[in-house]
Ligand binder design. Structure first.
Ligand SMILES: [Zn+2]
Ligand SMILES: [Zn+2]
Length: 350
């Protein structure tokens, strides 16, 4: 008789449940982990509602994972042994493309993801494929770091990568448009990198309220005021040194360009829906004001290692970021709360 486990199975958009399924075997050259925690991401909510072009249902999602090794598929000594506590990032780089050769893993032409190509972490156990052991983003959880906090190193890594691209530094005024979980993390990181002022901008009052935990210097309700005019007023007409868009709103990208100072940087962190990806930006502002519009996506292994160290050292406050913890049995409840915007980051502990 094969052993069973509990896992979230997504059968169709808006049709998902915790079910008894067979427990995965440890793959040769891979690992079998007992999942210690798995974070819920905004992209998971989209997949639960609408499906995902890289996921074939039925499927188990969940890509912000920490786990404990129960079995290894190595003959002889491998990089990890039973009992090791690991933080597992979802990206598995191809290792063969020009970008991987350049060490620019974030541009890899052929990367695959745990929870898309292989089943994800909303389950009691997860099999880690040999490719992920060889070319993935797996790290020991630093001593003393709560596995539920280690699990959220993944979204933080993307934010660290973006701010590195934007060269946010000492004395910058940083405006963040969209202050959900990711925008809030951008507020914290900008401060950590030496920002003088952080401006939190959103059209949703409950998100603005929730982000006050991050003590932004100014909170701008873009549904009621002209956010561009507000940023100009606060900066004595100058504009923000850096503007980060952390949402999927075309209007936010248009405004980002309009509220940046001359020579400023605009980080397009959030992608747009395919059919809205030509939002009508005034490119003369980019030209005459010598703006730098910077796209960023995913991250490289070093950003993941950095996120874990910053969390372990308390330089990033993981407890503040993770506002809710649920058992796997309460998956639906957690998802519903997250959908209502009442949660910054929910983590499930199977
Ligand atoms: Zn995520
Ligand atoms: Zn590659």
């Amino acid at each position: 008789m094969t052993a069973t486990m509990k896992a979230v199975i997504v059968r169709a958009p808006n049709d998902f449940a915790v079910e008894d399924v067979s427990r995965p075997e440890c793959p040769r050259g891979g690992l079998l982990l007992k999942v210690l925690a798995c974070g819920l991401c905004g992209s998971d909510l989209r997949t639960l509602c609408h499906g995902h072009h890289r996921v074939t249902l039925p499927w188990t999602i969940g890509h912000e994972i920490s786990g404990c090794v129960v079995e290894t598929g190595f003959s002889g000594a491998g990089p990890w042994k039973p009992g090791d506590m690991l933080a597992v990032g979802p990206l598995v780089f191809c290792g063969r493309c020009d970008f991987c050769f350049d060490g620019r893993y974030e541009l890899c032409d052929g990367y695959r993801e745990i929870a898309q190509h292989w089943p994800g972490g909303f389950a009691e156990y997860i099999a880690i494929a040999p490719e992920a052991v060889e070319r993935g983003v797996i790290q020991h959880i630093p001593a003393g770091l709560d596995p539920a906090i280690a699990a959220v190193a993944e979204p933080i890594s993307s934010c660290i990568h973006a701010q590195e691209q934007g060269q946010i530094g000492l004395g910058d005024t940083v405006a963040v448009i969209g202050v959900g979980p990711i925008g809030s993390m951008h507020l914290e990181l900008a401060r950590l990198r030496g920002a003088w002022r952080t401006l939190a901008i959103d059209i949703d009052v409950s998100r603005l309220k929730l982000c006050e935990d991050y003590a932004p210097d100014e909170v701008i309700d873009a549904a009621r005021t002209d956010a561009v005019a507000e940023v100009r007023r606060i900066t004595q007409g100058r504009g923000a040194d850096v503007v980060i868009t952390a949402n999927a709103s075309p209007a936010a990208q248009v405004q980002a360009v309009e509220m940046a100072r001359k020579g400023g940087r605009i980080l397009l962190f959030g992608g747009l829906p395919q059919d809205q990806a030509r939002p009508g930006i005034d490119t003369n502002l980019i030209h005459y004001n010598m703006l730098r519009v910077i796209g960023t996506t995913i991250f490289a292994p070093r950003h993941y290692a950095m996120a874990l160290h910053l969390l372990a050292g308390g330089r990033i406050d993981g407890q503040r970021f993770v506002t809710h913890r649920f058992g796997l049995a309460d998956f639906r409840q957690g998802v519903e709360l997250a959908m209502q915007g009442k949660v910054r980051k929910a983590v499930f502990i199977p």
